[in-house]
Design a protein around this ligand. Structure first.
Ligand SMILES: *Cc1c(COP(=O)(O)O)cnc(C)c1O
Ligand code: SF4
Length: 366
């Protein structure tokens, strides 16, 4: 962590920077700090600014352009804050922000309003934690606590162990979930002491923030294996980013590498409309196209949900439309290869009477 590349002259020493990157590095700190671990930098191209991991983590001028529909807090997390550090948006689970620092800073971070503020790095005061824990203790409908941040695994081992013990004493909390970039950006975090700190009576699930097959290195796989042997369940969450991973072949490779490492793909997220993210945000259509390409062509275990998180309504799962129309008791379906077949079920009304479906039916008749 201490050896992270942070200063623009260090970037200039390590990378052949483009003019765009170079000028953006000079004032990026005002928006979102820049930091990259030496290990993660070693996965990037020194010469190519369009290298996927470089695009996602080195700033460029487009990041300072605010486009229509973009917000500082696109999911309205502040508005839905139930207690300090706690967002309670779904009935049985809460989001608990426990740090505001990260091993690397992602240019598309939807919490850029909170993370990496230099003066208060690491410093979420104990009083805030106590207030968050109090809320969880007092709400017995909470079955799952999602520890996030910033990077939750940046907590020291002792503090992490303390927090897990506290959660262990709350009977209604059944599951702990971490959302973490650590395994991709700094798999060296998984030390024997760290694994000891994670020992708790509750099941721990970890959603790994993964972008690209380049991140699935031998170091990554070893760290993942240690976590799995310690009884932790690993899943993924992958933001869909233009020029990084908005490509069916890249996603196919990433997801199949995950299942080979016993990691269950969970979410592909449509990139949240944070300020300055337009250059990284692909159209929703792209996400659907990728799911379409994954379905059927690779193991169902390797196909994540494609999700658009929408302020006010939450995560919306989108999938290619398989249902075509219904007629005379038959329901018509089209699979990933475009083959159509019908299923007889006269008692059901057409389950998806949507505009697109009707159009589809008309096309058929023509
Ligand atoms: C994403 C999210 C969750 C978890 O949702 P799942 O569908 O269980 O993955 C919980 N709380 C908040 C505020 C979230 O944004
Ligand atoms: S690791 Fe997560 S919280 Fe940190 S900058 Fe990246 S997306 Fe944001």
């Amino acid at each position: 962590m201490r050896s992270r590349i942070r200063r623009s002259d260090d970037f200039a020493r390590i990378f052949e920077l483009s003019a765009d990157e170079s000028s953006a590095l000079k004032h990026a700190e005002d928006h979102l700090p820049v930091a990259i671990t030496p290990y993660y930098a070693s996965l990037m191209s020194r010469t190519d600014p369009e290298h996927p991991l470089r695009r996602a983590h080195l700033p460029r001028e487009a990041e300072f352009v605010v486009s229509e529909g973009e917000h500082q807090d696109p999911l309205g997390e502040e508005k839905h804050q139930a207690a300090p550090g706690i967002t309670h948006r779904y009935p049985d689970r809460v989001l608990f922000l426990i740090t505001n620092q990260c091993p690397v800073y992602c240019r598309y971070c939807m919490r850029s309003r909170l993370v990496g503020k230099m003066d208060k790095e690491h410093l979420i005061p104990m009083s805030q934690w106590e207030a968050s824990l109090k809320y969880i203790r007092e709400h017995d409908e909470i079955r799952e606590v999602l520890l996030s941040g910033g990077e939750p695994l940046l907590l020291g081992d002792e503090r992490l162990a303390w927090l897990l013990k506290e959660l262990d004493t709350i009977p209604h909390v059944e599951i702990i979930r971490f959302s973490t970039k650590m395994l991709a950006a700094m798999p060296q975090r998984v030390t024997p002491q760290f694994l000891r700190a994670l020992k708790t009576n509750k099941p721990i699930w970890m959603a790994l923030h993964l972008l690209h097959p380049l991140e699935i290195t031998p170091e990554f796989s070893k760290a993942a294996e240690k976590l799995i042997r310690a009884g932790i369940v690993l899943t993924t969450q992958t933001p869909l980013l233009k020029g990084v991973n908005d490509d069916a072949e890249v996603m196919k490779e990433l997801m199949t590498l995950c299942i080979r490492n016993r990691i269950r793909p969970y979410y592909i997220f449509q990139c949240d409309p944070i300020h300055g993210s337009a250059y990284l945000r692909p159209p929703i259509e792209k996400g659907l196209e990728i799911i379409e390409a994954l379905q059927g062509s690779i193991s169902g275990h390797a196909v994540p949900h494609y999700v658009v998180d929408v302020e006010g309504v939450g995560k919306m799962t989108l999938a290619p439309q398989r249902y075509s129309y219904s007629e005379n008791g038959y329901h018509y379906f089209t699979n990933y290869k475009g083959e159509t077949a019908r299923y007889y079920d006269p008692d059901s009304p057409a389950p998806y009477a949507v505009q697109g479906t009707k159009l589809h039916k008309q096309e058929k008749r023509n």
